[in-house]
Write a protein that binds this ligand. Structure first.
Ligand code: NAP
Length: 351
């Protein structure tokens, strides 16, 4: 039976360490409890917000006027398949990095490059998390989700998730109706390791890489991440605050006239035949706009990685939102590029 609490401060559940109170709050441990919580919200006629690791959200200082459901559906189950691969069924409330470490201890490959990403397993398909040349979609077999409106369960197979770059069906208005309860990954102990991303090449340079284990790759990814990104325990942050940008080739060429060193990678999505260029936004924030290390009051831009916004202790959601707006304006003024937050704003009214 779920316990409904009232007026619970959400700052304790977000990695930004920011957020007002949830009108109602409960923890759920299985799909049955999730259905009870959903029915409560329906009876009270209030909106629902599903909280995972709280690592990719900015919750308003006014809090959330409905029911916040903390997803703690746990469990990691390994099932060997006839082709030698392993199907791993994981509760959406499992911590992502604990899960990644567990797969490595089972000698399974495919997730080691995604080590150290904060958040829960349930969030991984939503934005198709990716890092160091790998994306979650290459291992996601299927997932189970519950319809917020009816409480009915549906299994979404890989293709129904419509994965894109940091995107999936679950980011669309239609997809947001679904609450993910379980994710199934198809992992392979024979999967080749991949260390050809620039930061990993640099890390392993001069080292013998002929006998690397998955744990060695995980250790490398963690070392590279922690050198650039702040420790969530010591500083309030939601990691990369903005999405990297893709722009038309012509726009990139004109940027290069003014800033010849601006990096760019050619990029194409399955649904667009356009020739676009992906630019590391951190480079623009640092080299064109000078934001790296910028601080205003209790909030600022991280000194080692300009995509990361920081709450130094007493910052508020409106401080972060104002800083984000200031950065968006400056990038537009300097480059003509419109940038968008990757972090989801949980505001009664989007600023
Ligand atoms: P980074 O390695 O400096 O890369 C910044 C941007 O440049 C990323 O968009 C990256 O693409 C792109 N890039 C770099 N090398 C590339 C190549 N050889 N070909 C194509 N594109 C290339 O970024 P970082 O901030 O230190 O982050 C390290 C990794 O963690 C990156 O893979 C980044 O995407 C990932 N990350 C993911 C999330 C997320 O899923 N929400 C958040 C933060 C960081 P890719 O994005 O395709 O790698």
């Amino acid at each position: 039976m779920i316990q409904i609490q009232e007026n619970v401060p959400l700052s304790q559940y977000t990695t930004f360490k920011i957020g007002g109170k949830a009108r109602y709050f409960c923890v759920i441990g299985d799909a049955g409890e999730l259905r009870q919580a959903r029915a409560f919200a329906e009876k009270k006629n209030v909106p629902i917000f599903i909280l995972g690791g709280g690592s990719n959200i900015l919750v308003s200082d006014e809090g959330f006027p409905g029911l916040v459901i903390k997803n703690e559906i746990k469990g990691i189950f390994y099932e060997k398949q006839s082709d030698g691969k392993t199907l791993v069924t994981v509760g959406a409330g499992e911590d992502w990095d604990t899960f990644v470490a567990d797969t490595i201890s089972h000698s399974l490959g495919g997730l080691e490059n995604l080590s150290g990403i904060p958040g829960t397993v349930g969030a991984s398909p939503v934005q198709n998390i990716g890092a160091y040349g790998k994306e979650a979609r290459s291992t996601i077999h299927s997932l189970a989700a519950i319809d917020q409106a009816t409480g009915k369960e549906k299994v979404f197979h890989h293709d129904e998730c419509v994965f894109g770059y940091r995107h999936s069906f679950f980011k669309t208005p239609e997809g947001k109706k679904w609450i993910i309860t379980q994710v199934c990954f198809l992992l392979d102990s024979n999967e080749a390791i991949s260390i050809d991303y620039k930061d990993l090449i640099a890390y392993f340079s001069g080292k013998d890489t002929t006998k690397l284990s998955r744990q060695d790759v995980r250790d490398a990814v963690l070392a590279v991440r922690f050198a650039k990104l702040p420790e969530l325990k010591s500083l309030g942050t939601a990691g990369s605050f903005f999405k990297n940008v893709t722009i038309p080739k012509e726009q990139y060429e004109s940027l290069k006239i003014k800033w010849p060193d601006v990096p760019g990678f050619s990029f194409s999505t399955s649904d667009s035949g356009l020739s676009t260029i992906k630019i590391p936004l951190a480079w623009i924030l640092d080299n064109i706009c000078g934001f790296k290390g910028y601080r205003i009051g209790e909030v600022g831009v991280y000194k080692n990685q300009a995509l990361v916004l920081i709450n130094y202790g007493k910052g508020t959601a409106s401080d972060i939102a104002s800083l984000a707006e200031c950065i968006q304006k400056k990038v537009y003024e300097m480059t003509g590029i419109t940038i968008e937050p990757e972090v989801e704003y949980i505001f009664p009214k989007k600023p």
